[in-house]
Design a protein around this ligand. Structure first.
Ligand code: NAI
Ligand code: AKG
Length: 409
C-alpha cells in the first residue's frame, strides 16, 4: 500500500476528555499511531499550547474550541466531537480556517432517552427523597405523592433524535406524549404536536428538554416558563445547561411548586472529576443531579469512538467531508493510481476558473473534479496524474483566496 502524502506517523492526534479506547483502536488500525491521549479537558492556555502541533483534535462537551484557540491551531486539519453537541466549538472560526468539524449525531441518543425514562419513574415515585432519607436512617414507607407513569402526560421540548425516541419508549409504558418543536414534526405513535411552549408546559405532568444549545434556547426555561408548569409537575433537562435558568428552578423547588427535577447539564460544569460541583440545586433531595452522563454508557461511548475516528480517518485519507457539521459536504470515491488535490478557498467569484486556467496553462489534466461551496468557503477536490502533482500543488497555493491545500496519494 502506498503511503498518503503526509507520513502517517507524523500526523498528530490530540484526544481529550477520555474518549473511548475504540477511537484509538480505530485510528491505529488505519495506521495513525501518533496520538496524545488525555483523560481531562484543558484550560484555554493549555489548549492553545497543545493544539499548535496537532493535525486532528478530538474532544467531548467540555473542551472549548474558540476563535483564540483556532488562531494558534496552525496545523489543524479537522476536529472530531465525540458527542452530539457542537456548541463548544466556534464552528465559524473553524470553517474560515478550513477546518471541518465532525460529530456523532446518533450513537448516544438511546442512552439519553433511557436515562430520562428512569428519571421519570424515580421522580413520579418520590424515590430521590426517600433514598436520601433512607441514607440518613429514616424510613418513609407511604404512598403519598407516588404515582405510576401510566396515563401521565409527557411534554417533550425538541422532537429530534432523542426526543422522538423518548416519545416511543414513554408511549410503550402508557404515557400520553405531547411535543413542542420549532419545526413541524411527524409525531411517532400517538404523540401530539402542540402550537406553543406555554400550551405544552400548562398541559403536561412531566416536561423533558431535548433542544440544542442555540441563541434561541438560551434561558428558554426561566421563571415565567416554570410558572406555567402545573403544581406538582416534573422538569427534566438532559440537553444543555444554558437552556434552564437554574435560579428560577431552585426557586420553584424551594416553593414546592414542582414536585421534582432531574438535571444532567449545567451552565458551568466542573472541568474534571477532581473539581467540585457547585450548584444551588445541591440542597434539594427531590432534584436528581447527574454529572452530564446522559450519553455516557459503554455502548454509546464505544460506538461514538468508532464513528468519529472513522470520519476523521476518511477525511485524512480520502478528503471526504460527508456529515461534517460546518463544511461543504463532498462524498468522494477512492482514487487509485492518482494524486488527489484538496483545495479549500474563500468563496469569492472566479476561484474555480483561476484553478482551471492555471492547470490548463501548465498542461495538468484534471481526471475528476468535485466542488461544493457554502456562503463562506469553497472546497474543490481534483484527481490528477502523479507526474503533475508537485507543480499542481504549487499552482494551487498561488490561487487568490486559498485557505488550505494538500495532496493525497
Ligand atoms: N446529556 C447528554 O449527555 C447529552 C445531551 N445531548 C443534547 O441533546 C440535544 C438534542 O439532541 P438530539 O435530539 O440528537 O438533537 P436533534 O438535532 O436531533 O433534535 C433537536 C430538536 O430540537 C428542535 N429545536 C431546536 N431549537 C428549538 C427551539 N428553540 N424550540 C423548540 N425546539 C427546538 C429541533 O427542531 C430538533 O427537532 C443535543 O443538541 C445535545 O445538546 C445530546 C446527547 C447527550
Ligand atoms: O459525553 C459527553 O461528553 C457529552 C455528551 C453530550 O452532551 C452530547 O453528545 O452532546
Amino acid at each position: 500500500m502506498k503511503p498518503t502524502s503526509l507520513d502517517k506517523s507524523k500526523i498528530r492526534f490530540l484526544l481529550l476528555e477520555g474518549v473511548h479506547q475504540s477511537a484509538i483502536d480505530s485510528l491505529n488500525a488505519a495506521g495513525y499511531t501518533n496520538i496524545e491521549y488525555l483523560k481531562t479537558s484543558l484550560s484555554e492556555d493549555e489548549l492553545i499550547e497543545k493544539i499548535k502541533d496537532a493535525h486532528f483534535v478530538g474532544i467531548r462537551s467540555r473542551t472549548q474550541l474558540n476563535e483564540k484557540v483556532f488562531a494558534s491551531a496552525r496545523k489543524l486539519l479537522a476536529v472530531g466531537c465525540f458527542c452530539i453537541g457542537t456548541n463548544q466549538v466556534d464552528l465559524n472560526a473553524a470553517l474560515v480556517k478550513g477546518v471541518p468539524v465532525f460529530n456523532a449525531p446518533y450513537s448516544n441518543t438511546r442512552s439519553v432517552a433511557e436515562l430520562v425514562i428512569g428519571q421519570i419513574i424515580l421522580l413520579l415515585r418520590g424515590i430521590p427523597q426517600k433514598n436520601a432519607a433512607a441514607h440518613r436512617g429514616e424510613w418513609q414507607k407511604h404512598a403519598k405523592g407516588s404515582f405510576e407513569t401510566r396515563g401521565k402526560k409527557l411534554g417533550i421540548v425538541g422532537y429530534g433524535n432523542i426526543g422522538s425516541q423518548l416519545s416511543v419508549l414513554a408511549e410503550s409504558m402508557g404515557m400520553k406524549v405531547y411535543l413542542y418543536d420549532i419545526i413541524t414534526k411527524l409525531p411517532l405513535g400517538n404523540a401530539i404536536q402542540v402550537g406553543s411552549l406555554k400550551e405544552l408546559m400548562e398541559t403536561c405532568d412531566i416536561i423533558s428538554l431535548h433542544v440544542p444549545e442555540t441563541a434561541q434556547t438560551a434561558n428558554m426555561i426561566g421563571a415565567t416558563e416554570i410558572s406555567w408548569m402545573k403544581q406538582g409537575s416534573i422538569l427534566i433537562n438532559a440537553s444543555r445547561g444554558t437552556v434552564v435558568d437554574i435560579d428560577a428552578l431552585a426557586d420553584s423547588l424551594e416553593r414546592n411548586q414542582i414536585a421534582g427535577a432531574a438535571i444532567d447539564v449545567f451552565p458551568v460544569e466542573p472541568r474534571s472529576n477532581d473539581d467540585e460541583f457547585i450548584s444551588p440545586l445541591r440542597k434539594y433531595d427531590n432534584c436528581i443531579l447527574t454529572p452530564h452522563i446522559g450519553g455516557s454508557t459503554m455502548e454509546a461511548q464505544e460506538n461514538i469512538g468508532l464513528e468519529v475516528a472513522e470520519k476523521l480517518t476518511r477525511y485524512c485519507d480520502n478528503g471526504s467531508t460527508q456529515a461534517s457539521v460546518n463544511f461543504p459536504e463532498v462524498a468522494l470515491p477512492s482514487h487509485p493510481n492518482m494524486h488527489r488535490l484538496l483545495h479549500i478557498h474563500e468563496n469569492v467569484p472566479g476561484v474555480l476558473s483561476q484553478i482551471n486556467s492555471l492547470f490548463s496553462d501548465n498542461g495538468i489534466n484534471i481526471r475528476s473534479q468535485y466542488l461544493q461551496t457554502n456562503d463562506k468557503i469553497g472546497y474543490v477536490v481534483m484527481d490528477i496524474d502523479e507526474e503533475h502533482s508537485d507543480i499542481a500543488l504549487d499552482k494551487l497555493n498561488s490561487v487568490d483566496g486559498t485557505i488550505k491545500c494538500r495532496v493525497l496519494w
